[in-house]
Design a protein around this ligand. Structure first.
Ligand code: PGA
Length: 261
């Protein structure tokens, strides 16, 4: 079984470098013991570059965003090549908080996806519906299908054929800060299988992983990760608590040692 991918999305925390380094070292200590999990740490930009330079190759690093141009007059932006040169392997693209607070559109997200792939980064594309209340499954599937179609447009044309991507299914209402609580694992499994089907049939991406995100914690991680089709988790709030995140990592490692369901 391939390694489960467990991603720590620190968002705009911790507030100081000292706190970030402490959290990183505790996370690293937990991650190092495990052979069946790939741990990815995604700190905010200032801590990301400091930590990734200092602790090169100890763990996988991810950025929380990237711009689609390679250089030029784009105040405030960071290019894919800059990230790659800083030892970053992954980049989160299209997180719902950016779609909501920064008005990122699918067109912008698509440009970021293409630029990240061209630079050799592995994009973690976030998709998911805003609500499920009163909506039939058909509506939810159409919503996710449309996001994938727009966000992944043209990726098959990228030279090299090494389009490794991660898709995080994050129902927006299930993200802890939006307060809805986690999805039912069997419901997210249904959409994750649906996403996998689209990636295989429509985009023919040779190397993709589909993971779940939304209020994952030490108590419920196993309920999602026990399914082989759920290839990992994107963890926000709980990744800021090193002890709890360490438990999620060891659960993922244990599950991967068991025979498939
Ligand atoms: P959460 O965040 O785990 O706090 O729900 C997940 C995310 O926003 O990526």
């Amino acid at each position: 079984m391939s390694k489960k991918l467990i991603i720590a999305n620190w968002k705009m925390s911790p507030s100081t470098y000292a706190k970030a380094e402490t959290l990183f070292l505790a996370t690293l200590a937990a991650a190092r013991k495990l052979s069946r999990v790939e741990t990815v740490v995604c700190p905010p930009f200032p801590w990301l570059t400091d930590i990734s330079h200092k602790y090169k190759k100890s763990i996988s690093f991810g950025a929380q965003d990237v711009f689609w141009e390679e250089g030029g007059a784009y105040t405030g932006e960071v290019s894919p090549t800059m990230l790659k040169g800083s030892g970053v392997k992954y980049v989160i693209i299209g997180h719902s908080e950016r779609r909501l607070y920064l008005q990122e559109t699918d067109e912008m997200i698509n440009k970021k996806m293409l630029a990240a792939l061209r630079a050799g980064l592995v994009p973690i594309l976030c998709v998911g519906e805003w609500t499920r209340k009163g909506r039939p499954w058909k509506w939810i599937k159409n919503f996710v299908r449309k996001q994938l179609a727009e966000d992944l447009r043209g990726i098959a044309k990228i030279a090299g054929g090494s389009q490794k991507i991660v898709v995080a299914y994050e129902p927006v209402w299930a993200i802890s800060t939006f307060g809805g609580g986690p999805d039912k694992p069997e419901d997210s499994l249904k959409i994750i299988k649906f996403i996998k089907g689209i990636l295989d049939s429509r985009f023919q991406i040779p190397d993709s992983k589909v993971i779940y995100g939304g209020s994952v914690n030490a108590k419920n991680a196993v309920d999602f990760l026990k399914y082989p089709d759920v290839e990992g988790a994107l963890v926000g709030g709980a990744s800021l608590r090193a002890g709890e995140f360490g438990k999620i990592l060891s659960e993922a490692n244990l599950i991967n040692a068991k025979p498939s369901l």
